[in-house]
Design a protein around this ligand. Structure first.
Ligand code: AP5
Ligand code: MG
Length: 183
């Protein structure tokens, strides 16, 4: 069973929803950099204070900050993991490769959850997180298309990418993901 996974996809594609279910089912460590950053903001830590305004604008927090968070969670962890929302640009992908080679581990599969922008916007407006207003959602989407989407070709060229249709019910999408993981 593949157990070192990345979940890639635009904001609102269902990465968090699916990652949480899969991690619980298969006993994987679920690392969502967005959730971890929101926890820092909530705690009022120095890191959280640095990240808060950037997140509210829908821009990417600095690579160094995010990488430090991922490193601290992966170092010393035994067993599988699922990274959700990281890496988010080519520099983060490169830093992750370096970290994983240091830990003598490798990505086994990158799951791309794909969905139309119009559906994404509707889903996010329905949720209402502090960064879920129309203007910021559009900015998050443009950051995704400009900075994160190039990772699709990168992982595809390494033969690591599996694209999954992100439309449909939560259960339907879970079954599609299970199918690519077990194939
Ligand atoms: P992050 O928290 O990663 O947000 P995001 O990528 O914008 O994505 P979301 O979490 O909004 O969507 P999701 O794909 O997880 O979907 P979800 O399951 O929640 O990042 C937030 C910010 O943090 C960034 O803008 C940046 O500032 C910073 N950040 C994070 N990582 C970073 C990094 N690596 N580098 C730099 N900065 C970083 O679902 C969305 C909604 O749809 C929910 O309401 C859900 O209930 C609903 N839903 C899910 N599935 C379905 C379905 N099948 N049908 C109907 N509704 C559904
Ligand atoms: Mg999420």
């Amino acid at each position: 069973m593949k157990q070192r996974l990345l979940f890639l996809g635009p904001p609102g594609a269902g990465k968090g929803t699916q990652a949480q279910r899969l991690a619980a089912e298969r006993g994987l460590l679920h690392l969502s950099t967005g959730d971890l950053l929101r926890a820092e903001v909530q705690a009022g830590s120095e890191l959280g204070r640095e990240a808060e305004a950037v997140m509210a604008r829908g821009e990417l927090v600095s690579d160094d900050l995010v990488l430090a968070i991922v490193r601290s969670r992966l170092e010393g962890h035994q067993g599988g993991w699922l990274l959700d929302g990281f890496p988010r640009n080519p520099a983060q992908a490169e830093a992750l490769d370096a970290l994983l080679s240091e830990l003598d581990q490798a990505i086994e599969l990158v799951v791309l959850l794909d969905l139309d922008d119009t559906v994404l916007i509707q889903r996010l407006l329905g949720r209402g997180r502090t960064d879920d207003n129309e203007e910021v959602i559009r900015h998050r989407l443009s950051v995704y298309h400009g900075q994160t989407a190039p990772l699709i070709a990168h992982y595809r060229s390494r033969g690591q990418l599996a694209a999954v249709d992100g439309a449909g019910s939560v259960e339907e999408i879970s079954s599609r993901i299970a199918a690519v993981l077990d194939s």
